[in-house]
Write a new protein. Structure first.
Length: 96
């Protein structure tokens, strides 16, 4: 998998912010997200970027040696998710 250059990273951050703002401004999207979450689901939006002719990067995180998936989130990711009503820092409720 190729490492993204800083210019491309900045463009993806800009796109993330633009999408976040567009989503946050839509009452219909907000209501739909709340309904999805009230049913016990969490929504994940994945943006993938590749050059023409390259195979896409895997969407699922790779497992570390201990079997746990590797998960990294930065401030832009956190801002976007919270603007959608998703707080990945909140502990999950146990079912049952």
């Amino acid at each position: 998998m190729a490492i993204l250059d800083e210019n491309l990273r900045q463009m993806l951050r800009d796109l993330g912010r633009a999408l976040s703002q567009a989503i946050a401004e839509s009452p219909e999207v907000g209501e739909t997200l709340r309904r999805i979450e009230s049913e016990g689901y969490s929504l994940h939006l994945v943006l993938d970027c590749k050059r023409d002719g390259e195979s896409p990067t895997p969407a699922a995180p790779r497992a570390a040696a201990g079997g746990e998936p590797v998960f990294r989130i930065n401030g832009d990711d956190l801002f976007f998710l919270r603007s959608c009503g998703i707080d990945p820092t909140r502990r999950r409720r146990r079912s049952g």
